[in-house]
Every structure is written in structure tokens, then in C-alpha cells.
Ligand binder design. Structure first.
Ligand code: HEM
Length: 410
């Protein structure tokens, strides 16, 4: 494929969602090798690893606030207002302030406190009789696990946990409607659904204010009392966590499992010593198959970076999935290697908007992979016949049928 072909394909993939519901590894690998910097009218696609790193930290590039179409603003005004005020799309000084407060809830120690609870959630999910000799991994495990972990993180009552999944997926589907060529596969949250969710979060936030506890919501309330956040910002942050911590992990878990089940030698290694190998296996798997394919920024002013001149208002796509396959940064980028320096992976983004939940997402994934490798699990459908999802910036199999027991891929 020539340079212009890979660039054109990326345009069709991004702007029209053409061929996007598929494993796009070959597209990303060719893009970064052949056209690491592409300029369309009003839009840049950057995939060279060093440039993605540089651009991720550039103060003149801020997160794109979605342009909600007028009919969508009218259709679900509360949702569009919530998202337009959420942390990541706020002005840089507000983003830094809010991020600073939220980051305290995701330190290594805070995440480690959830280890036992996550293990129990995994035990419960795998003890379900429906998870017998064979099951569909995405719906049975990869969707509920991160919702339950988010509910545990926020210390919500267990009877509400099922509802968290519906709400979080519904919000993402609603957001997905603002994307060009969107074809959401989940039911977007309704006006009444979002109002219900908002008043649920409002009531939990108010109730925790009287508790003075050590859970995340009580601690965010304490930050409000000391003047670092407003009440609306606390509510908005909790709603944001419902959105950011669920589908990302669903896609990450699914990609990692697919990657390992199609590499029996690597899977075997995890089974032999899960404590040692589950973590690097997860990191290398999501480098190869990044669950979040790109981040979008807008230029707040005219910028020049090296010989690239970006005009105010132009959009810059940071192609994380392609940067992860940059041969200038990763030797033999399409090979699974245990000894990569993983902090170079862009799967959790980089710089100013680096994922706050990277530790939590990794912990739940590592615990699950360790458990599945020990139990023994194999693909129940050939990998090349799987349907893929592509809502928003996600890219992962939509379903992953597996069967218990050792043995190789069918
Ligand atoms: C495997 C799992 C996950 C993946 C692959 C992932 C990926 C990402 C990526 C790529 C970004 C940066 C987007 C950009 O630069 O445009 C991001 C940001 C973010 N992630 Fe994650 N994420 C995961 C899990 C989580 C979890 C579990 C949480 C929280 C419970 C979370 C919370 C956030 C937040 C709050 C941001 C925005 C940071 C900011 O605006 O400064 N993520 N994530």
C-alpha cells in the first residue's frame, strides 16, 4: 500500500467509520511506518511515537470538547451539559486543578487497597453457573467486571451495581452519537435515564457528606469543603468515573485475552507463574492491540513543532494504537516480547491527560488473566472470524467465545 493509500484509509476509518469494526493492526502499522504525520484540511493525524509524546504534553493542544449536534443537545440537554463541563474538556487551568484532586484517589496505595475486593468480584463472576464449560467472555466477564470494580471504588451499595453497568454503557453510547459516522451498538442513555443517574449520584454525594468516610466520594467532598472543588464538580467527577473506568477496561481485557489466547507459548508462561508474568503479559498485549486507538486535541493557537505548523482551531489526532507499533521506537513492533520497556506504550495515553486509572485498569486485568491462565481457557471460535466493536475510539472484539480447559485455539 502506498503512503497516500494508508493515509486515505485512515481518513475513511476516522471520518466515516469505514472498516473500523475490525482488527485494524495492519492499518496502524502501515500508517506509522509510511505516513507518521498526515495533514488533511483542518485535521492532523500524528502517529510517530516521539511526536505523539511531544504533542501530548504541548500546552497549546487541549482535549477536544465534542461538538454535540443541535438535535442531540435538544434531545438530551442534561447529558450534553454534563459532558461539556467534565474535567478533561475544561480549560487547562481547571483541568489541572481537578486532575490534581482526582489523582490522589488513584495512587498505588489506594489502588492496592482494592486488590482483595477485585479478587472476590472475579471469583463471583467465574462461579456463575452460566460460566460453565464455555461462555462468551465479553458479556459474561469483560463488561460486568469493571462496572463492579467502579462501584466498589465508589463504595456504592451492592444492589445498585447492576445499574452502574447500564448507566455507564448508556452514557458512552450517548457520547458516541456525537462522533462522525457513529453506529452505537448499545442503547444510548435516555433523558429520564440520565436524570435518574444524576439524582442518584447527587443523593450519594450528599449522604456521604455527613459520613466523613475514607471512600473516594467522601474524600472528594472533603476537597470541596476545603475549597478545591465545587459541589457540581464532585458530582460531575463521579459521573465521569462511571464513564471512563468501564468500557476502556472491557476493551483492554478483551484485547489482552485475545492476544494471549492466540499466542499459546506466552499464555502458557502466564499459567506457569501468574504472579510474575500476568502484569507484563497485559502491558505487552495492549501495546500490540491498543483498546483506545487515539486521543483528539484542538490547537488553542497557531503552533509550530519542528517543521509542523498547526493553525489555531485545527484538530490533532494522536494515534496511540499506531504509535505503539512505531518501528523507530519498538524493534520488531508486531512481535510479542517480554522485555519491552513498557512505559513507552501509549495505551494509557501520555502527558497532560495520561490515564488516571491506569493502575486500577491494570490491576483488575492482571488478576483476571492470572486466574484464567491458571484455570485453563481457550478460544472457542477462530480469531479471524470474530466481530469487532469500534464505538468512539475503542477497538476490540465485540464478542470472544471461550471454553474452559487447556488446549490450543480451535
Ligand atoms: C485498560 C483500561 C484503560 C485504558 C486502556 C485507558 C485508556 C485511557 C487513555 C488512552 C486516556 C487518555 C485519552 C487522551 O489522551 O485523549 C485515558 C484517560 C483517562 N482515564 Fe483511562 N483507561 C483505562 C482505565 C481507566 C480506569 C479504570 C479509570 C478510572 C476508574 C480511568 C480514568 C481515566 C480518566 C479520568 C482519564 C482522563 C484524564 C484527564 O483528563 O486528565 N481509565 N484513559
Amino acid at each position: 500500500m502506498s503512503t497516500t493509500e494508508s493515509a486515505r484509509r485512515v481518513w475513511r476509518w476516522f471520518a466515516m467509520q469505514e472498516d473500523s469494526a475490525a482488527d485494524n493492526t495492519d492499518l496502524f502499522a502501515q500508517l506509522v511506518a509510511e505516513s507518521p504525520v498526515v495533514h488533511f484540511p483542518g485535521l492532523w493525524v500524528i502517529s510517530r511515537h516521539d511526536l505523539v509524546a511531544k504533542f501530548s504534553n504541548h500546552p497549546g493542544l487541549t482535549m477536544v470538547s465534542p461538538e454535540f449536534p443541535a438535535d442531540m443537545r435538544e434531545e438530551n440537554p442534561d447529558f450534553t451539559e454534563f459532558f461539556s463541563n467534565s474535567m478533561s474538556v475544561r480549560a487547562p487551568e481547571d483541568h489541572r486543578r481537578l486532575r490534581g484532586v482526582l489523582a490522589r484517589e488513584f495512587t498505588g496505595r489506594s489502588v492496592e487497597r482494592l486488590r482483595e475486593r477485585i479478587s472476590r468480584i472475579i471469583d463471583t463472576l467465574l462461579a456463575d453457573p452460566a460460566v460453565d464449560s464455555g461462555f462468551e467472555f465479553v458479556s459474561r466477564i469483560a463488561v460486568p467486571l469493571p462496572s463492579l470494580v467502579t462501584a466498589a471504588l465508589l463504595d456504592l451499595p451492592e444492589e445498585d451495581w447492576g445499574q452502574v453497568t447500564t448507566w455507564s454503557r448508556g452514557m458512552l453510547a450517548q457520547l458516541g452519537k456525537s462522533f462522525p459516522g457513529a453506529k452505537p451498538t448499545t442503547e444510548p442513555i435516555s433523558v429520564e435515564g440520565f436524570q435518574k443517574l444524576r439524582s442518584y449520584v447527587e443523593s450519594v454525594v450528599r449522604e456521604r457528606d455527613t459520613r466523613n468516610g475514607t471512600d473516594v466520594i467522601s474524600r472528594l467532598n472533603a476537597s470541596r469543603r476545603s475549597g478545591h472543588l465545587s459541589h457540581d464538580e464532585v458530582v460531575n467527577m463521579v459521573l465521569l468515573l462511571f464513564m471512563t473506568g468501564v468500557d476502556t477496561v472491557t476493551s483492554g481485557l478483551t484485547n489482552a485475552l485475545l492476544c494471549l489466547l492466540t499466542r499459546p507459548a506466552e499464555w502458557q508462561r502466564v499459567a506457569e507463574d501468574p504472579e510474575k508474568w500476568a502484569a507484563p503479559a497485559f502491558a505487552e498485549s495492549i501495546r500490540l492491540l491498543a483498546p483506545v486507538t487515539f486521543g483528539a486535541r484542538v490547537a488553542a493557537e497557531d503552533l509550530s513543532i519542528g517543521n509542523i505548523v498547526i493553525r489555531k482551531g485545527e484538530i490533532v489526532l494522536l494515534a496511540f494504537a499506531a504509535a505503539n507499533l512505531d518501528p523507530r521506537r519498538f524493534e520488531a513492533p508486531l512481535e510479542f516480547r517480554w522485555d519491552r520497556t513498557q512505559n513507552a506504550s501509549m495505551s494509557f495515553g501520555h502527558g497532560a491527560y495520561f490515564c488516571l486509572g491506569a493502575g486500577l485498569g491494570s490491576l483488575q486485568s492482571e488478576l483476571l488473566l492470572a486466574r484464567l491462565a491458571q484455570d485453563g481457557i481457550a478460544l472457542a471460535q477462530p480469531a479471524d472470524s470474530l466481530p469487532w466493536r469500534s464505538e468512539l475510539t475503542f477497538n476490540s472484539p465485540a464478542v470472544l467465545p471461550v471454553r474452559l480447559g487447556t488446549g490450543l485455539e480451535v
